[in-house]
Design a protein around this ligand. Sequence first.
Ligand SMILES: [Ca+2]
Ligand SMILES: [Ca+2]
Ligand SMILES: [Ca+2]
Ligand SMILES: [Ca+2]
Length: 264
Amino acid sequence: MSSPSRVSTFDRQVFSAIFAVTCFGVAQGAISVTSAGAVETFDSLPPSMNWSSGDGTPNDLFEGGAGESGNEKAQAYDEMTNWASIVDGVTAAQVNGALDETSDTPGNTNNLARWNSSNMGLQTRPTGNRATTLLATLVNDSGSSTSSVSISYDFVVEDNAGDEQVPGFQAFYSVAGDGSDWMAIPEFTGLTGSTPSVNLTPTGGWNPGDNLYILWVDDNAASNNGTVIDDGLLIDNFTVVVPEPSSIVLGALGLLAGIGRRRR
Ligand SMILES: [Ca+2]
Ligand SMILES: [Ca+2]
Ligand SMILES: [Ca+2]
Ligand SMILES: [Ca+2]
């Protein structure tokens, strides 16, 4: 027969295990951005809750319709000037498929974004679709609301012949993730090589526990007389920084808010 103290120890162990699993589950739900920020170096295939791509179903918006030819898909967005109209209504849940994997360098073509185990980064090089999507899902674990969040990464373009109809990525961010609030990120859009950085200022701020979604869309280039002209786009060392909450700054903001309320 177990003594009461042993049962108590067992209970504590069970509780600890449940607590650990619960915490682990929360931490795995998205890229955790603490007050120290976050850095993703892609040493292994990231979980789809953090980094994802289209789910590859035939009627997915970016995959193209089942009755659409390869050329029709590749040409679908070639004249597109308003990419915001394409992502408007797209939910984060529609871009929740796992990344594919490859070790080829330069990266070969695929309809999904991939983790490259040779260069330890994420890549896109579309084929067989309208565009390839890459989604980063962040969560504010800093413990504070922030009005701004800085994001940067290393960006490499492989086989850059400069003849794509829509070069580089079209990039957007969203807090809601329900398709209602995508905002363009010009600093990440149309690039053909650089280390981009941006300071995002989400409307209403970024509150503790909220997600922040970054969406990159890579147009599938229509072939030039049968020649594949799609560049390979590579992202590495994805870095997120949130400003340190300062009691002086918070105090000043509170004061300004108070003044604003009195003036209304
Ligand atoms: Ca890396
Ligand atoms: Ca492209
Ligand atoms: Ca295209
Ligand atoms: Ca193509």
